[in-house]
Design a protein around this ligand. Structure first.
Ligand code: SF4
Length: 112
């Protein structure tokens, strides 16, 4: 099974129309071609700015529009983010990602 990037809209719609368990079966077939079947990647996700989001995503506790009891946190300093990613004395996580509510980080932050 080759990786494809030439899917037609009809082919994608056909996939979306599959019963859920058939779709899961297809996904497992592709997964097993490219990954060890019974291992999972452990990743770390760090929220670098939490809460007080002006958006209205009803599922998200970070929206300021709902009282979820979430404590807000200001934007973390870059050095603090780097320290959390480095995990001194511990093995580095295979994947480290950070997330921030709403707007993008500035170009200055990304350049660093
Ligand atoms: S943090 Fe993201 S998902 Fe949550 S309310 Fe804001 S925009 Fe929506």
């Amino acid at each position: 099974m080759n990786v494809r990037n030439d899917w037609s809209l009809a082919e994608v719609e056909e996939l979306f129309a599959l019963p859920f368990m058939d779709l899961m079966f297809r996904a497992q077939q592709v997964h097993r071609l490219h990954h060890a079947p019974n291992t999972v990647q452990i990743s770390t996700l760090l929220s670098i700015k939490t809460g007080d989001c002006p958006e209205d995503c009803a599922y998200c506790p970070q929206s300021v529009r709902y009282d979820t009891g979430l404590e807000t946190e200001e934007l973390m300093e870059l050095e603090s983010v780097a320290a959390r990613a480095a995990r001194p004395g511990k093995p580095a996580p295979p994947a480290f990602a950070w997330a921030r509510r709403t707007d993008r980080p500035s170009r200055r932050i990304c350049a660093r």
